[in-house]
Write a protein that binds this ligand. Structure first.
Ligand SMILES: NC(=O)c1ccc[n+]([C@@H]2O[C@H](COP(=O)([O-])OP(=O)(O)OC[C@H]3O[C@@H](n4cnc5c(N)ncnc54)[C@H](OP(=O)(O)O)[C@@H]3O)[C@@H](O)[C@H]2O)c1
Length: 260
């Protein structure tokens, strides 16, 4: 079989839940996992957006089973108690990618409590709540691959006037990744994080960084900012059997901006 054929088969029979399936990186991850043969559960708030993404993916992946699950991951009521419903719809969840995230252009003194809570509750608490719903089924069947979307700012403390709540949430996710990696290792569940630098998506536009693209490119030794596919390729590796001896790790996707 060709290398491309093998990649397409690699996740066949698996079900992947992508939390934060829309937007630049989420769509690239969903599309990549479908390319690798996985069925998909797509989670985000925008119900129409999820339907649009499902229809788009079905055009090229007719065999793939795709379920959409609109959910606000920052809401305790919307997440708590939903695990059984999600798992019973698809039968199981083998792979969970927690990619949902929000940021804001406000820094320490401009950041009010409401905005702090929205960011922490979406990026960090949402991961905790969703994992508690989905992971027990992985533990029962002794198989799981979990990938958590962190950020370079978790390690650098931010770039420029980085948003405090965003940085705290992404650093918290690295602690969550390492703690759960130890806790879940006996169940053959790996937990790894990805730490991108600047990736060309809506988030970059919403935080105003798109006005500084040339400056940002120069910051990266590789001379460019990242693409959503750069991130999706690393997620693909971390959910595949090729990475089965890697857990608790954070993979930088940053064009050499931070080497640690
Ligand atoms: N772009 C970058 O430069 C960069 C760098 C490092 C890390 N990251 C991380 O990569 C991830 C994706 O970022 P992106 O740039 O692709 O951002 P994006 O285009 O704004 O996408 C964000 C995703 O999160 C979902 N989401 C946001 N709030 C949610 C909520 N309360 N409940 C459920 N889903 C929610 C969005 O869907 P809905 O709006 O429909 O809910 C969307 O799917 C984020 O975790 C981000 O922090 C991005």
């Amino acid at each position: 079989m060709s290398e491309r054929g093998k990649a397409l088969q690699e996740l066949s029979g698996k079900v992947s839940l992508v939390a934060g399936a829309l937007g630049g990186i989420g769509e690239a991850i969903s599309s990549k996992l479908a390319d690798m043969g996985s069925d998909l559960i797509l989670v985000a708030r925008d119900s129409n957006g999820l339907t649009r993404l499902k229809e788009k993916l079905m055009e090229t992946h007719r065999e793939t089973r795709i379920w959409t699950y609109p959910m606000d991951l920052s809401s305790v009521d919307e997440v708590r108690g939903k695990g059984k419903e999600i798992v019973s719809t698809s039968g199981k969840v083998d792979i969970l990618v927690y990619n949902a995230g929000v940021n804001s252009p406000h820094h320490f003194l401009d950041l009010d409590l409401e905005e702090w809570e929205t960011i922490i509750n979406t990026n960090l608490r949402g991961a905790f709540l969703l994992l508690k719903e989905i992971v027990p089924e992985m533990m029962t069947k002794k198989y799981g691959r979990i990938v958590i979307m962190s950020s370079i700012v978790a390690k650098t403390g931010g770039l420029g006037k980085a948003n405090l709540a965003y940085t705290v949430s992404k650093a918290g996710l690295l602690g969550l990744t390492r703690n759960l990696a130890k806790y879940l290792a006996p169940y053959n569940i790996t937990v790894n994080a990805v730490a991108p630098s600047f990736i060309e998506t809506d988030m970059l536009r919403k935080t105003g960084f798109d006005q500084r693209l040339e400056e940002l490119k120069k910051l990266h030794p590789l001379g460019r900012i990242g693409t959503p596919e750069d991130v999706a390729n690393v997620v693909a590796f971390l959910v595949s059997d090729a990475s089965s001896f890697i857990t608790g790790e954070t993979v930088n996707v940053n064009g050499g901006l931070l080497m640690d």
